[in-house]
Design a protein around this ligand. Structure first.
Ligand SMILES: [Fe+2]
Length: 283
């Protein structure tokens, strides 16, 4: 079975279309979205409309829930709050958009894998509304605090997004009980490239899928993942998309460049030079 994942779209319709074209070539049996359809870029209306039509099983991201008004951001996240408010304004004019975001589940479970936006071990108790604290990034300290629960987790593979940095964390069989941080193997794709990892049946894996926008590893490409249960592999992809076109659209937007985080992303898109230069191996 081939299962395809992507998330953290954040309004980047160009990266979303690149991902969909890539998935169409692979012809996976299932496609999942890891959340954050909206937020950050001022085009959440476009990606939300596309994803509603596609109907892939999707988990809720923190931006989706903040745009839908389910909880408040940290007070120091001024850029993120402004992007949230902008997207909330966009979606308020679209029938059913906010209700759609509010209906997304916090996680999905399948026989051998678990899907959530951030961290299965920070999810609220069943029936409780999450808070921004459920979306703490997977720092070394947070990973260390999650190790005991992870080693007892019933699913072999966790798929999540949120960090905007693609990586596969491996908890090998035979690790201490509870495991120590130094026993975790971290597999990262080289800059501008993908990575295929052959799975050990007795290891556990936590796959951070990266993002389609606002990349935090200085490689502004569309990140997606393929889990092949027959080949027993997980592949991280970095896909080119029309980055220059997105950068120009953002640069000429009346509001988005006021946000430092978005302005930095515009700089990254410009520096990287778009799909053709990326395809030719630049940077
Ligand atoms: Fe995100």
């Amino acid at each position: 079975m081939k299962i395809y994942f992507f998330g953290d779209i954040h309004g980047n319709e160009y990266a979303l279309e690149a991902c969909l074209q890539h998935a169409a070539q692979i012809k996976p049996d299932e496609i999942y979205c890891l959340g954050d359809l909206v937020g950050w870029l001022p085009f959440g209306d476009r990606t939300l409309a596309r994803m509603r039509l596609l109907g892939f099983p999707t988990v809720a991201g923190n931006h989706d829930m903040m745009v839908a008004g389910l909880f408040k951001d940290h007070p120091q996240q001024l850029d993120r709050m402004q992007a949230t408010a902008y997207n909330a304004g966009l979606l308020s004019a679209i029938p059913g958009a906010v209700e759609f975001l509010r209906s997304l589940p916090l996680f999905l479970e399948r026989e051998n894998f678990f899907i959530t936006h951030n961290n299965p071990f920070l999810l609220p108790a069943q029936g409780e509304v999450p808070a921004i604290e459920c979306f703490e990034y997977l720092t070394e300290a947070v990973l260390e605090a999650s190790l005991s629960e992870w080693s007892n987790f019933p699913k072999q593979v966790i798929f999540s997004g949120h960090d905007h940095v693609p990586a596969i964390y491996e908890l090998p069989a035979g690790a201490s009980s509870p495991p120590e941080l130094g026993e975790i193997k971290v597999h990262r794709p080289p800059a501008g490239q993908g990575l295929t990892l052959r799975l050990h049946l007795s290891s556990r894996y936590w796959v951070k899928a990266g993002s389609l926008a606002m990349n935090r590893d200085s490689v502004p490409m569309a990140n997606s993942v393929l889990y092949d249960t027959v080949e027993e592999t997980i592949t991280l992809f970095r896909l080119p998309f029309p980055a220059v076109r997105l950068g120009r659209e953002l640069q000429s937007h009346f509001f988005a460049p006021n946000l430092t985080a978005v302005r930095n992303y515009i700089g990254l898109l410009d520096e990287y030079g778009g799909d053709d230069r990326v395809r030719n191996g630049a940077k």
